[in-house]
Design a protein around this ligand. Structure first.
Ligand code: MSP
Length: 483
């Protein structure tokens, strides 16, 4: 049995989660569930990024103490993750005592290595992204990532020698060409690394809502150094058993705007601390809503819990993976969601199950027979293993369509008993295999199919046609048609 460590970014708790946050978490959950089906021991980490100026300001705006404020938002994240069936093993908060201690231990390692020095930072700072920016990075004087105002900062600071790791990192990329997925995101990082790499300011002054910087308590730890450390502090680094067992991470799932932090800064910090680097960083694109960036001022922020309440958690999970190739940007539109629910989930998947079960009820008890339908299980498994979730789901849907076609071609209602048995055997076994394949994407639907087939949901080892005695039960249609 293998082991598999997967993480989401930890989420800023300035506000409750929106559909973009849900997207990151659902991708990670699909992969975590697939690894579990494959027999791996999985550690799936998610959590919240709670310190820093952005959160401090958000709390002030609500006239709350930061801790009171974040406690409320954390509840909303946990509720949302429960609603969306995010099967995490641990939810880390950067305000956890163990985490705060680990951050300073981590800094001490890097300090001892001689990779931290005192200097002065002069440049720009984007508070919403908690990012230091040079003049050359600004676009029209604004933050290149979020397009918002930046502020001038000139203060004494401690720096991490990021530039020292630039060549080592390029060498590492060369030896690990699949480190960043998709490939073009790796090329972006390489190009930036080949340019001018500046050392990183890792402390802030005048920020009270932050972890104190032990070597000099007139400073506090820059929130990104605090945040990145969560991936090891959650495992009880340095001595924790979980750390010994699960580090290095098999994959960090992140959005494109935080790639530099995960693919450059984090590996450099780890090299400095003498720790192994994660095996992979999977970078997804951004979701817009009806073609526009989500923002409070536009009033178009989509609440994933509301969508799941309205259409079902599985429909939302399905749609988010089905509508975009991992890595690309895409648009969330409720109209499109409805069209996928009616066109694919109701008409293809739901109907396949209900047609099959009604045929069964009309005719027989026990059945078996020759395999007449094909499912390219090997291809789907290899796509899933390679984190090609969109492509895998597309193949799965093809299988669903093929089964519907099989029914149409065979016209089972016209067949005599012996031939009908064979068709039903194929359909029931096909559906059993399908229930396993869709489980990572739509866990509730997968369980409902197994319940109606009256078999236990299988694992990866059960993805083949077998001899199974069926005694299906009557059940509801899997999805509701949306008007
Ligand atoms: N706190 C940092 C991450 C620290 S990890 C050590 C952060 N938080 S975030 O809440 O802003 O973003 C968390 C995740 O949500 C990121 O992967 C980000 O890409 C994702 N999304 C936030 N808005 C998004 C969209 N509109 N679309 C898709 N994903 C986006 O960054």
């Amino acid at each position: 049995m293998g082991k598999f460590y997967i993480t989401t970014p930890i989420f800023y708790v300035n506000d409750k989660p929106h559909i973009g946050h849900a997207y990151t978490a659902i991708i990670a959950d699909v992969i975590a569930r697939w690894r579990r089906l494959s027999g791996d021991e999985v550690f799936f980490l998610t959590g919240t990024d709670e310190h820093g100026e952005k959160i401090q300001r958000a709390a002030e705006a609500k006239h709350l103490k930061p801790k009171e404020f974040v406690d409320e938002i954390v509840k909303k994240y946990k509720e949302a993750w429960e609603k969306l069936n995010i099967s995490y093993n641990k939810f880390i908060r950067t305000t956890d005592k163990e985490h705060e201690e680990a951050v300073n231990k981590f800094i001490e390692r890097i300090y001892r290595k001689g990779d931290i020095y005192r200097g002065e930072y002069e440049g720009w700072y984007c508070v919403p992204d908690e990012t230091f920016l040079a003049d050359s990075q600004l676009i029209d004087g604004k933050c290149p990532v979020c397009g918002r105002e930046v502020k001038k900062v000139k203060e004494e600071a401690y720096f991490f020698k990021l530039s020292k790791y630039r060549d080592k990192l390029l060498e590492f990329y060369g030896k690990n060409p699949d480190f960043i997925m998709p490939k073009f995101r790796m090329v972006e990082m390489e190009n930036r690394l080949k340019g001018d790499v500046k050392d990183l300011d890792i402390t802030r002054r005048s920020i009270s809502w932050a972890i104190p910087f032990e070597p000099d308590k007139t400073h506090s730890v820059y929130v990104w150094v605090d945040a990145l450390t969560n991936y090891i502090s959650a495992l009880g680094w340095p001595d924790g058993d979980l750390f010994k067992k699960f580090w290095p991470a098999d994959v960090h799932i992140i959005g494109k705007e935080i790639n530099w932090f995960h693919s450059v800064i984090w590996p450099s910090l780890l090299m400095s601390a003498g720790l192994e680097l994660p095996k992979k960083v999977m970078v997804h694109g951004w979701l817009t809503v009806d073609g526009q960036k989500m923002s409070k001022s536009l009033g178009n922020v989509v609440d994933p819990v509301q969508i799941a309440d309205k259409y079902s958690t599985d429909a939302l999970r399905y749609f988010l993976i089905r509508s975009v190739k991992l890595g690309e940007d895409s648009d969330f539109s409720e109209k499109e969601l409805i069209s996928k629910i009616n066109g694919e989930l109701v008409s293809n998947l739901g109907n396949l199950l209900s047609r099959t079960l009604s045929l069964y009820r009309t005719y027989f008890g026990r059945i078996k027979g020759e395999v007449e339908i094909k499912c390219d299980v090997e291809k789907i498994c290899s796509l899933m293993d390679g984190l090609m979730l969109y492509e895998a789901l597309d193949e799965i849907l093809k299988f669903v369509k093929d089964m519907n076609k099989y029914i149409a071609e065979k016209e089972p209602w016209k067949l005599e008993a012996e031939k009908l048995k064979v068709v039903l055997y194929n359909l029931l076994e096909g559906l059993r295999i399908l229930s396993i394949l869709i489980y990572p994407f739509m866990p509730e639907t997968a369980l409902e199919i197994s319940r109606q087939l009256n078999v236990k949901l299988g694992t990866r080892a059960d993805l083949k046609f077998k001899e199974v005695d069926y005694a299906p039960k009557r059940g509801r249609h899997l999805f509701k048609w949306v008007k």
